[in-house]
Design a protein around this ligand. Structure first.
Ligand code: C2O
Ligand code: CU
Ligand code: CU
Length: 493
């Protein structure tokens, strides 16, 4: 063999081997990355055979004088899901989730909570304007076997609120076990509007939660590689029902949406992308309805929407296309690319036509920033600190004057998605990175999403007192962050 031939042969082989090696390496990198990033959950188009459970309305045990008294019993048990699976769950007045409290503006209310769970917990009234003692934060522990009453007067407009446990460092676990319920506040003004309001018929509560069930039949908290928002489930329960449908008898349906998940954010829209009217946010009805075809809700946030329905049609509420602002691959690793069908609506062949969406809902004057007596700054880090400090039950982070208006500037100084919730108050979003908030954030709220490096300014009035024995909380409502320490306390007096 001549030297030149050998050389040719060798260089050809080298090129071949190199090409193969590069291809193999490339394939390895691609599959490696895919494995690392995980394939997003996609559960669209499957059967939705289970009738949506509507949480029962809790009747007062007595209405002595002008006070409505309610009893809540926290308990654990086994729940058989409609698809046959049995899960270990916690609930209030039942084994899984809890009843809906219907309150009227002006009501005097006492809720006595009996804890029959194996461990101490608390019940927090998320979104309720009440005194620190009734608020049910981490200082208001109810020991196992004990009962604690909370009393307040409803002094806020019609809105959709919720209750959930709030024990220090254990909120994720206790909410994940299944304790949560709705509070619907009504008032004269909201009753005079022609909006749908037959509970469970054309006014439908939707408590949206992702779940993961392990092979021991327990709700599991799992955080795969790259998870920074907190545990994500791989299936959706709505009011505790997996893959639910709801039969529609009216041509307008109001949905009271609650993201009751411990960490997952949803972008809700209909499968045909039909428009709907947003009529309310966390703390009540908007001034005017606002037309949208999708709406993002982070944990703890609520929205009320009204959607038009045609006879005989079937359509679904879905979640997809979530934006957490963390970029690739972090958004995807934290559930942003996941897609779920939430609930299927099945319209009957003849629909009632009893309600409408007026162009004016609730007039409300904006809080005047020039009346704010103080401006405070809060900086969120990646996982566990506000202004550089982790939550300390014995430290008060802000002392606020009763009746004061303040501006709070919340800055997310990290590349992690967060949100921010403040107990007792209803705030207005003044601006986001200096710009006017979008219409869906122009109502009264108590929880707001804050993307990486975003700054959100809020204005609010502190209307109810709290002392050091039971202060109010502010925190990230991604519950793993809250439990890790991303929470602070304030008194109002
Ligand atoms: Cu819904 Cu302090 O929480
Ligand atoms: Cu709260
Ligand atoms: Cu957070």
């Amino acid at each position: 063999m001549r030297l030149a031939t050998l050389f040719k042969f060798t260089s050809a082989s080298i090129i071949l081997i190199l090409t193969l090696a590069v291809t193999a390496l490339f394939a390895l990198i691609v599959t490696g990355c895919q494995a690392l990033v995980g394939s997003p959950e996609s559960q669209l188009g499957g059967d939705m055979p289970n009738r949506l459970v509507i949480p029962p309305v809790l009747e007062p045990t007595s209405a002595s004088g002008d006070r409505k008294r309610f009893d809540l019993t926290l308990q654990s048990g086994r729940t058989r899901l409609p698809d046959g699976e049995t899960v270990q769950t916690w609930g209030a007045n039942g084994n899984y989730l809890g009843p809906t409290l219907m309150l009227d503006s002006g009501d005097k209310v006492t809720v006595r909570t009996l804890n029959q769970l194996p461990e101490p917990t608390t019940i927090h009234w998320h979104g309720m304007a009440l005194d620190g003692l009734a608020d049910g934060g981490p200082h208001r522990i109810i020991r196992s076997g004990a009962a604690l009453p909370a009393s307040w007067t409803v002094e806020q407009p019609a809105s959709t609120l919720w209750y959930h446990p709030h024990p220090h460092n254990k909120t994720t676990e206790h909410v994940n076990q299944g304790i949560a319920g709705l509070v619907i506040v009504q008032d004269e003004k909201s009753r005079s509007l022609p909006l749908p309001r037959k509970y469970g018929v054309d006014d439908i509560p939707l408590i949206i939660q992702d779940r993961k069930i392990n092979n021991r039949g327990e709700f599991e908290l799992s955080r795969p590689f790259g998870n920074i928002v907190g545990p994500l489930g791989d299936r959706i329960h709505v009011n505790g029902t997996p893959t639910p449908f709801h039969e529609v008898e009216d041509d307008l349906v109001r949905l009271r949406l609650l993201n009751g998940s411990v960490a997952r954010t949803y972008r809700l829209h209909f499968d045909d992308n039909r428009e709907f009217n947003l009529i309310g946010s966390d703390s009540g009805l908007l001034r005017n309805p606002h037309r949208l075809n999708s709406l993002q809700l982070s944990p703890g946030e609520r929205a009320e929407i009204v959607v038009s329905v045609k006879s005989d049609e079937t359509f679904r509420l879905r979640s997809s296309g979530v934006e957490l602002g963390m970029g690739f691959p972090m958004d995807r690793l934290n559930g942003a690319s996941d897609q779920f069908d939430i609930v299927e609506f099945r319209a009957q062949s003849s629909l009632r036509s009893n309600s409408s969406v007026p162009t004016e809902l609730i007039p409300r004057e904006a809080l005047d920033p020039s009346k704010a007596v103080k401006s405070r700054q809060f900086e969120l880090d990646s996982f566990s600190r506000i202004n550089g400090r982790e939550m300390n039950m014995n430290r008060v982070d802000a002392k606020i004057g009763l009746g004061d208006k303040e501006i709070w500037e919340i800055r997310n100084r990290s590349s992690t998605f967060h949100n921010f919730h403040i107990h007792m108050v209803h705030f207005e979003v003044l601006d986001i990175d200096g710009k006017k908030p979008p219409p869906e954030l122009q109502g009264l709220k108590d929880t707001v999403a804050i993307l990486p490096n975003q700054t959100v300014r809020l204005i609010m009035k502190f209307t109810h007192p709290a002392t050091t024995s039971a202060p109010f909380m502010f925190h990230c409502h991604l519950l793993a962050h809250e439990d890790a320490g991303m929470m602070g306390q304030f008194t109002v007096q």
